[in-house]
Write a protein that binds this ligand. Structure first.
Ligand code: SAH
Ligand code: SF4
Length: 369
């Protein structure tokens, strides 16, 4: 066994205090008021964590020493342990983190892409994981291959952002929840993390720069529609008929397309905001021109506010037999969408060579040697 592997049960038998990074401002305030401190100290603590990027309570030098010691007793100051950074030829970087219970997760930093967003783009995107593993078992995806083990806490979700910024020295200005796991199956922690990422007292990133991707959990899509923030939503569609979608996405049996589309319409109508359908092109499964025609019909069903399609040529996953279609087949598929006047783009993937592209993040149980 790898020497850096820690037995999770030895850690879990000693429950840790909550992480300060999982608290919102009101909760930090409550913790300070309970210690006889003035309310404004909460802003001070938040500023140390999210603005000055302190790495311990000890570093918060304008707090009384006794309070710092007290906080260090009551809360952990969570840090993700970075085990490895892999760099891709296209400058995408993949970060492997170990959590306190020895679970391993990955985050991906995707630099600005002039080809995609124009020469002036300074977009730097982080792709964040929301769970350890995934319970949804889509047939084409590496993340679900070894099942689900747990939800990430809000602090662990925010921690990926903080640690990747620290390690890379980059300011990240765009977040996509397209890493390992189904974000909407971890709804409460996801919302708490987004509050911290979005709030002026926290990371301060605009809601429009945060995209949640879901395999189609219809009830949670409606719950998201009730949130006041203008978060962006991407739906992993991948099949435009129940027959095709069911073959590759077991979740379609629980929420068939009619139910999913109804939830999408609800979301767009309520938020007055377009959503994106993600559509992986897999050879011989969903990439025929007839499938494109089905897709065009489906997208029109949410025309009230509108939806656009983002096609992604399949990324190979070791151990799975699915294939990426030839460029000629991809072009033929896109031409059908274009003729039907469906707003659609095709994303030539990044980070393929380091298994950092969509669907290539796999649950790992062993730290690298
Ligand atoms: N669970 C969520 C978010 C994580 S997956 C979801 O499914 O939406 C992020 C995106 O990668 C999804 O659109 C997913 O369907 C896609 N994906 C999974 N495996 C892929 C692969 N091998 N090639 C390309 N995209 C893939
Ligand atoms: Fe889970 Fe999304 Fe992968 Fe499906 S595509 S197994 S929902 S991470």
């Amino acid at each position: 066994m790898n020497s850096s592997f820690v037995n999770p049960s030895s850690i879990m038998s000693q429950p840790q205090p909550p992480a300060i990074q999982s608290l919102d401002l009101a909760e930090i305030e409550a913790a300070l008021i309970a210690r006889g401190q003035p309310k404004y100290r909460a802003q001070q603590v938040a500023r140390w964590i999210y603005e000055k990027r302190a790495l311990s309570f000890e570093a918060m030098t304008d707090l009384p020493a006794a309070l710092r010691a007290d906080l260090a007793q009551a809360f952990t100051f969570a840090r993700l342990e970075n085990l490895r950074v892999l760099g891709s030829r296209d400058t995408t970087q993949k970060f492997l983190f170990r959590l306190p219970d020895a679970a391993l997760i990955e985050s991906v930093l995707i630099p600005a892409s002039p080809a995609l967003y124009g020469e002036a783009s300074d977009r730097r995107t982080i792709c964040i994981s929301s769970q350890v593993g995934c319970a949804y078992g889509c047939k084409f995806c590496a993340s679900g291959l070894d099942g689900w083990s747990r939800n990430l806490s809000a602090g662990e979700i925010v921690g990926q952002f903080m640690e990747v910024e620290r390690q890379s020295g980059e300011r990240i200005n765009n977040i996509v929840f397209m890493g390992m796991g189904e974000p909407l199956a971890n709804f409460n922690n996801l919302m708490r993390a987004i509050e911290i990422l979005n709030a002026p007292w926290g990371v301060g990133l605009g809601a429009r720069h945060i995209t949640i991707s879901t395999s189609g959990l219809a009830p949670q899509i409606k719950m998201l529609a009730e949130q006041p923030k203008q978060l962006r939503l991407a739906i992993s569609l991948h099949g435009a008929t129940d027959a095709v979608r069911e073959k590759i996405m077991p979740v379609n049996r629980k929420y068939p397309l009619a139910v999913l589309i109804e939830a999408c319409e609800y979301f767009t109508a309520r938020k007055k905001q377009r959503l994106t359908f993600e559509y992986i092109l897999i050879e011989g499964v969903n990439d025929e021109p007839a499938h494109a025609a089905d897709l065009a019909r489906l997208v029109r069903l949410v025309r009230l506010v509108g939806a656009k399609v983002n096609c992604i040529p399949y990324n190979v996953v070791e151990g799975l037999e699915w294939k990426r279609p030839s460029e000629a087949r991809q072009d033929a598929f896109m031409a059908v969408l274009e003729n039907a006047r469906v707003p659609a783009t095709i994303r030539r993937e990044k980070g393929h060579d380091i298994a950092a592209a969509c669907g290539q993040l796999r649950r790992q149980t062993m730290a690298p040697a």
